[in-house]
Ligand binder design. Structure first.
Ligand code: PEP
Ligand code: MG
Length: 458
């Protein structure tokens, strides 16, 4: 592919204009990667990752930066890992992540969960003292890392893996069936999508829809913000995958622990309490309008709903609704196919959970990750307070119960799309709190459905 002159043509043109070589190369390749990713034909879509790989490898040569590319299947040991680094690595051959920092509800943990990559955080380990080794044992479920495994430890570990495989086989029987409790009550189970490439490996039959698409992936590690066409191509592809099932796409939730160059604020003393989510979108209105246009166009293809992150006051919904209506009107005037999607909100700020009846939205999805960190005043990405950052805290559960009750009484849809939705320890508590619509990482579905099947109201 590199031998094809057309590949670098756009980059050379930019360089002539004075753009630095590395930037010109990335911009040229990003455009082509996006075109392939949005192609109708599956074969062409699959070429997007080849081109992305070429982009990265040429970039390494251009910048002289020796990016460490771990060998396939390696366990990465580090203090922390940004989500963009996770997304830039190839996990198809397995591998795992062991961090001395981090937290189970950080965004990189969420990505790892979605891919089924074993990950352990908050390890009590001095990285400077770690010697070169050939093999290590990583237990993502048990939160353990053994850097000097004996033959006996390896044997025991492999025994545990076999037992885990037997359990996974039992849960797998539930995967293709709708989730139903022991007393016959139906529970909707949807999936969270962090990057659309995940969907290529999944059968839509496993779920009742997509409860959350985190659109941050579109903006990560890009030299430019994605344009309307690029976004439309991606959203349309997700809606097509769902084959008629509802798809909830969340508008950009930048800021907090998901900084996006050129958009989010660089110097906030407390980014989780700063300009993030809908707050940031309402500041960068042109970027927001573009995303709303792309979403309204994809809504013409299938049942797409728009969800706003981090809603704190009701007027944020009205402001977003006005912008959405304006963009739909402008698309209609231009004769571009579109539809006005239902506009819902994340309930993840305590203010919204406490006074949920004052927030007029088409639907509500409880973001238990952020709700928990704000209610317990324990950041989701700080390992030393991970014991406090607990969704089973009665105060958090009381708020979840309140929102679920509001949904029942007002006849509005309430779901939950934080990590708690797929957590075997928390699922019974969420059902007890009245939640009947859970959205989770696809790798959590089979076990979650098995747990739901065994649940009876207390
Ligand atoms: C949440 O906060 O629970 C949520 C689903 O959003 P995110 O994890 O992307 O902040
Ligand atoms: Mg959130």
């Amino acid at each position: 592919m590199l031998g094809d002159d057309a590949l670098a043509e756009a980059a050379f043109a930019e360089i002539e204009e004075g753009t630095p070589v590395d930037k010109a190369w990335v911009a040229a390749l990003d455009g082509q990667v996006a075109d392939y990713a949005a192609a109708e034909d599956e074969y062409f879509r699959a070429r997007a990752s080849d081109l992305a790989d070429i982009r990265e490898r040429v970039l390494d040569h251009l910048t002289g930066a020796e990016r460490t590319r771990p060998p396939a299947g390696a366990i990465l040991l580090a203090e922390d890992m940004p989500p963009s680094r996770f997304l830039s690595l190839d996990w198809s051959a397995g591998g795992g992540i062991a961090l001395t920092g981090g937290s189970p509800t950080s965004h990189v943990a969420m990505l790892a969960r979605a891919r089924g990559v074993p990950m352990v955080v908050g390890l009590d380990l001095d990285l400077a003292q770690v010697q070169p080794i050939d093999a290590a044992l990583l237990d993502g479920e048990g939160g353990r890392l053994n850097l000097s495994p004996t033959a006996a430890a390896t044997e025991a570990f492999n025994g545990e893996r076999r037992e885990a495989a037997v359990l996974a086989g039992q849960w797998a029987k539930y995967l293709m069936k709708p989730a139903v409790t022991a007393n016959g009550e139906r529970v909707l189970t949807q999936i969270n999508v962090a990057e659309p490439a995940e969907l290529d490996r999944l059968d839509p039959e496993i779920c009742d829809g997509i409860g959350l698409v985190r659109t941050e992936f579109l903006f990560h590690d890009q030299s430019e913000l994605p344009d309307e066409e690029q976004q439309f191509g991606v959203y349309r592809r997700i809606v097509a995958w769902a084959a008629g099932r509802p798809v909830t796409i969340r508008t950009l939730d930048a800021g907090g622990d998901k900084p996006i160059a050129g958009l989010s604020m660089a110097q906030e003393s407390n980014p989780f309490l700063g300009l993030r989510g809908i707050r940031l979108s309402l500041v960068h209105k042109q970027v927001f309008r573009l995303q709303l246009r792309a979403l309204a166009r994809a809504a013409a293809v299938g049942p797409l709903k728009i969800m706003l992150p981090m809603v704190t006051i009701p007027s944020e919904i009205t402001e977003a609704a006005t912008l959405l209506a304006e963009e739909v009107a402008s698309l209609q005037t231009a004769g571009i196919a579109c539809r006005l999607p239902a506009l819902g909100i994340m309930v993840e700020v305590p203010a919204a959970a406490l006074a949920v009846d004052r927030y007029d939205a088409a639907f509500y999805s409880i973001g238990s990750n952020d709700l928990t960190q704000y209610v317990t005043a324990s950041a989701r990405d700080i390992a030393s307070v991970a014991n406090l950052n607990d969704t089973s805290n009665p105060a958090v559960l009381m708020l979840i119960e309140r929102v679920a009750r509001f949904g029942r009484e007002s006849g509005r849809e309430v779901s939950l799309c934080g990590d708690a939705g797929g957590d075997p320890r928390l699922i019974p508590l969420l059902l007890q709190a009245g939640v009947r619509n859970l959205s989770m990482a696809p790798t959590m579905l089979a076990r979650a459905k098995a747990i739901i099947a065994g649940w009876q109201p207390a």
